[in-house]
Design a protein around this ligand. Structure first.
Ligand SMILES: NC(=O)c1ccc[n+]([C@@H]2O[C@H](COP(=O)([O-])OP(=O)(O)OC[C@H]3O[C@@H](n4cnc5c(N)ncnc54)[C@H](OP(=O)(O)O)[C@@H]3O)[C@@H](O)[C@H]2O)c1
Length: 277
C-alpha cells in the first residue's frame, strides 16, 4: 500500500450492492487501498469473505429497514468516511404496457430509498465534518435509454440530488460525487427484468426488440468493472465534489461534449438512430 492510498483519507466505507459488478469492484479497490469496507447484498452468501470486509444483508426496497441496518453498521465502524450508494437493477419494457408496480418498485428502491440513505449517511458525516458520499447515477441521466423509463427517472433524479447537495455541502468538509458510468460489462444486463407485458395494451414489439438488441450490444462490449473502480479512485483522491463520467471514450467524453453543443432534439435523433427505432 502506498502513501497515496485512499485509507489516508477514508478509514471506513459502506458500499451497497457489493456482491457483483461495479459494487464488487469498488469494494475490491477500497480494500486494496487499506480501507475497511462494510458491503451489502440481499443474500450475504453472495458477498466475499475477506479481511477488513464486513458482509451485511440489506434489501434496499425497504427504506426504514435499510436505515436501521446502516445505523448498526455505522456504530460498529465508528462512523463512515465514505458511503457508496451503488445497488440497483434495470427494468426493460414499454412504460404503458408494463404493470406500474414494476416502475414504482424501481423508483422506491433506486431513487426514494437511495435518497433516504444519502440523508442518513450525510448526518453522520456532517457531524464529523468529514466524509464523501458517492451516488452511482448513470449516463442515462443525460441520455435516456429507450424502454427503460423507470431507470431514466431514477438516475436523472439521483443526479439532481447530487447536484443539489454539492451546493449545500460546500466548505463543510463533506464532498459529493455524482458518478455516471457508461456501459460496463457486469451482471446488470443479465439481471435486467423484462416483466410480462399487458397484452391488451398495443405496442410496436419489433421496435422494442431492436432497442433491446442495441442495449445488449452496448453492455456486452463495455469495459470491465475495475475500469470504473479506477476512475472512482482517481475522483476520491482529488478530494472534491463533482460529476464524474466513466466508461469508454465516446460515452464518457465525446458524447457529453457533443451533446452540449447540440439541441435535445438532435440528441434524441442520434439515440433513435443508434437503437434503430
Ligand atoms: N453496468 C453498467 O453498465 C452500469 C451503467 C451505469 C450505471 N450502472 C449502475 O451501477 C450500479 C451497479 O450496477 P451493476 O452493473 O454493477 O449491476 P449488477 O452487477 O447487477 O449488481 C447490482 C448490485 O445491486 C444489488 N441489488 C440489486 N437489487 C437490490 C435490492 N433490491 N436491494 C439491495 N441490493 C440490491 C445486487 O445485490 P444482490 O443481487 O446480490 O442482492 C448487486 O450487488 C447500479 O446502480 C446501476 O444502475 C451500471
Amino acid at each position: 500500500m502506498c502513501a497515496s492510498a485512499l485509507s489516508a483519507r477514508y478509514r471506513t466505507a459502506f458500499v451497497t450492492g457489493a456482491s457483483t459488478g461495479l459494487g464488487r469492484a469498488f469494494a475490491d479497490m477500497l480494500l486494496a487501498d487499506g480501507v475497511e469496507v462494510w458491503g451489502t447484498a440481499r443474500d450475504v452468501s453472495r458477498l466475499p469473505v475477506r479481511d477488513r470486509f464486513h458482509a451485511i444483508a440489506l434489501e434496499l426496497g425497504d427504506g426504514a429497514g435499510a436505515v436501521n441496518i446502516f445505523h448498526e453498521a455505522e456504530k460498529a465502524a465508528g462512523g463512515f468516511d465514505l458511503v457508496i450508494n451503488n445497488a440497483g437493477f434495470g427494468a426493460f419494457g414499454s412504460f404503458v404496457q408494463t404493470d406500474y408496480a414494476v416502475w414504482e418498485e424501481q423508483l422506491r428502491m433506486m431513487l426514494v430509498n437511495t435518497a433516504r440513505l444519502s440523508h442518513t449517511a450525510l448526518r453522520g458525516m456532517l457531524a464529523r465534518r468529514h466524509g464523501a458520499l458517492v451516488n452511482i447515477s448513470s449516463i442515462a441521466a443525460e441520455f435516456a435509454l429507450p424502454y427503460q423509463a423507470g431507470y431514466n427517472i431514477t438516475k436523472a433524479g439521483l443526479s439532481a440530488l447530487n447536484e443539489s447537495l454539492m451546493y449545500e455541502l460546500k466548505d463543510t468538509g463533506v464532498i459529493v460525487i455524482d458518478f455516471r458510468p457508461g456501459d460496463y460489462r457486469t451482471d446488470f444486463e443479465g439481471s435486467v427484468r423484462r416483466p410480462v407485458p399487458d397484452a391488451t395494451v398495443a405496442v410496436d414489439t419489433a421496435r422494442m426488440e431492436r432497442a433491446w438488441g442495441g442495449f445488449v450490444a452496448m453492455m456486452r462490449t463495455g469495459p470491465p468493472p475495475d475500469h470504473a473502480a479506477a476512475s472512482l479512485r482517481r475522483a476520491l483522491r482529488r478530494g472534491r465534489s463533482g460529476t464524474v463520467r466513466s466508461g469508454r471514450f465516446f460515452q464518457a467524453v465525446l458524447g457529453p461534449l457533443l451533446a452540449r453543443c447540440g439541441s435535445l432534439a438532435l440528441r434524441r435523433k442520434v439515440l433513435e438512430k443508434y437503437f434503430d427505432l
